[in-house]
Design a protein around this ligand. Structure first.
Ligand code: F6P
Length: 552
């Protein structure tokens, strides 16, 4: 073997998926495709939509407006096969500890395993305890919703405050917004996440302690922001109720940490448990979804779980080339690793999905924003993209200029649901759908100089659209619990597949630790009466400046 070939083989061996021989083929293939406009691809193939779209239950994915041909998908699928996506998928579903840096299984799929097939972790089938907690959540929510559960003065609960941050906030909040049409009319849920006193104050000042139920949601029950906010809420409640015994009617906890819940003063009978094999950003299906159950009821929550389960079954059993999460993931890898795209936009054309971009920011970036692979090597290829977005229709009047005529390649997912929850406002919905369709067409087709001249009477280069910008269209029949469950699970599995291809542990999040440690040290220094030391000159000076100007 020639030395250079040997060196290449060693590199292939040691640096995981993105140095496989198929990647050299993908690179060569990208060089050919880079100069091809999607207009030409559509012109050459009237069946492009049929060939590059997939339907799973109520979810349609049209991925024909991507810079791909059959050969692209063949090579990308080969990459998925060589990276052993199917094997890793099976390991996850089987409860193997694929989160190796924390030695944990990754089993959000067990939380919505409506088939009840046994899922074994450390020799124990977790399904009986999963089902028991779902049952307890439903029964508790029913008491609150029906008015059987009352506050300490005998009033019904009108407001629920979920105190949590990250995965203990973004998931329940996103689903609560998405399922607004299904909410109980008396119950309003508030989400208190930011330790900023302004958020706490703004939330509490609208509430009556006699009719408020706090759900303290924290996997660890140790997160500084959540515990600080929970203690403040407790003091606020006690200031009026005047007796600790009343806490039992107004504070419940969702956590994996029973001892910390008890130490906080919450009755363990009011604790809803989950387990270390549920990652924070994958936890809305667990007891972390309690505020969702309170809002929409146990039956609707089960429909959400059933939707996710349907997508799980599809992901587990469909061949890779007809597998929606796999296809979405491979397209993301195509742009990220072969076109140099740095970000990916999430553009829901649905007011109720306005929190989906923020939810997916955490789900995706906390999972795959990593630069050391499973084998401990620093990767030399791009991993997790920057995920961002906003409701599409608003984005059109804000940042779409850059999508259409800027210099960057930004692949985007356009998401819409067809049956509106506002049937009396069909005219509004039609405008949404028309814009949704128009934008993906405009991004793909663009407008040539000749077309510009023909349409505007001027040959202005400023009005030319290059086009050839890739997008996926994701169409739901209706934004109902089942379809929402499918949509969220679709993205979760997409993230999983990309993590496998990039050879990452997608389920730890060590990157959030350093800042947390430094913050607790700096908090002490802010209260000290000696100048800060031991940091760099900038941080020392800023601590002193902040201390002088922010401390009373
Ligand atoms: O940001 C780090 C993180 O651990 C997230 O993964 C998690 O969702 C969030 O903090 C909240 O953690 P906890 O539920 O333990 O309060």
């Amino acid at each position: 073997m020639a030395p250079s070939a040997r060196a290449q083989a060693q590199q292939d061996e040691s640096h995981g998926s993105l140095h496989r021989p198929v990647c050299r083929q993908l690179k060569a293939h990208q060089a050919q495709i880079a100069g091809v406009h999607m207009r030409e691809l559509f012109a050459a193939d009237p069946r492009r939509f049929e060939r590059f779209s997939l339907q799973v239950g109520e979810v349609l994915l049209d991925y024909s407006k991507n810079r791909i041909i059959d050969e692209t998908m063949r090579l990308l699928l080969q990459l998925a096969q060589e990276a052993d996506v199917a094997g890793w998928r099976e390991r996850m579903f089987a409860g193997e500890k694929i989160n190796h840096t924390e030695n944990r299984a990754v089993l959000h799929v067990a939380l919505r395993n409506r088939s009840n097939r046994p899922v074994i972790v450390d020799g124990e089938d977790v399904m009986p305890k999963v089902n028991a907690v779902i049952g307890r959540m439903g029964a508790f929510a029913e008491q609150v919703r029906s008015g059987v559960w009352r506050g300490y003065t005998g009033e019904r609960i009108t407001d629920v405050v979920n105190i949590g941050i990250g995965g203990s906030d973004l998931g329940p909040q996103m689903v609560y917004q998405a399922l607004k049409p299904y909410r109980h009319p008396r119950l309003k849920v508030h989400f208190l996440s930011n330790v900023d006193g302004a958020h706490v104050k703004e939330t509490l000042e609208t509430l009556n302690p006699e009719t408020t139920l706090f759900v303290v949601s924290s996997k660890t029950f140790a997160t500084q922001e959540t515990m600080t906010n929970a203690h403040t809420a407790r003091e606020w409640f006690l200031a009026q109720s005047q007796a600790e015994k009343h806490i039992a009617k107004h504070f419940v906890a969702v956590s994996t940490n029973r001892d910390a819940v008890v130490a906080f003063g919450i009755d363990p009978g009011n604790m809803f448990e989950f387990w270390d094999w549920v990652g924070g950003r994958y936890s809305l299906w667990s007891a972390i979804g309690l505020s969702i159950v309170l809002a929409v009821g146990g039956e609707r929550f089960v429909e959400l779980l059933e939707g996710a389960h349907e997508m799980d079954e599809h992901f587990r059993h469909a061949p890779l080339d007809r597998n929606m999460p796999v296809v979405l993931a491979l397209l993301g890898v195509w742009y990220n690793n072969f076109f140099g795209a740095e970000s990916h936009a999430i553009l829901p054309y649905d007011h109720y999905l306005r929190s989906l971009p923020a939810y997916l920011e955490q789900a995706d970036m906390e999972s795959n924003g990593k630069s050391v692979d499973r084998d401990g090597h620093v990767v030399d290829y791009p991993t997790g993209q920057i995920v961002w977005g906003a409701t599409g229709i608003n984005g059109q009047h804000a940042f779409y200029q850059l999508l259409h005529q800027g210099t960057r390649l930004i692949p985007a997912d356009f998401i819409i649901s067809l049956a509106p929850h506002t049937p009396d406002m069909q005219a509004h919905h039609d405008i949404l759908i028309a814009n949704f369709l128009a934008q993906t067409e405009a991004l793909m087709r663009g407008r040539t100089l000749e077309e510009t001249r023909a349409q505007t009477g001027q040959a202005s280069p400023y009005q030319v659209f290059e086009g050839n910008h890739p997008s996926n269209a994701i169409v739901l029949t209706q934004l109902a619990p089942h379809a929402l469950g499918m949509l969220v699970a679709l993205y979760e599995h997409k993230i999983f597949v990309q993590g496998v291809i990039w050879n990452l542990d997608s389920y730890d999040q060590w990157g959030v630790e350093l800042g947390k440690q430094l913050a607790s040290r700096i908090l002490t220094e802010l209260h000290a009466d000696v100048p800060a030391g031991g940091h760099d000159a900038s941080t020392n000076a800023l601590i002193d400046y902040c201390r002088r100007l922010s401390q009373p």
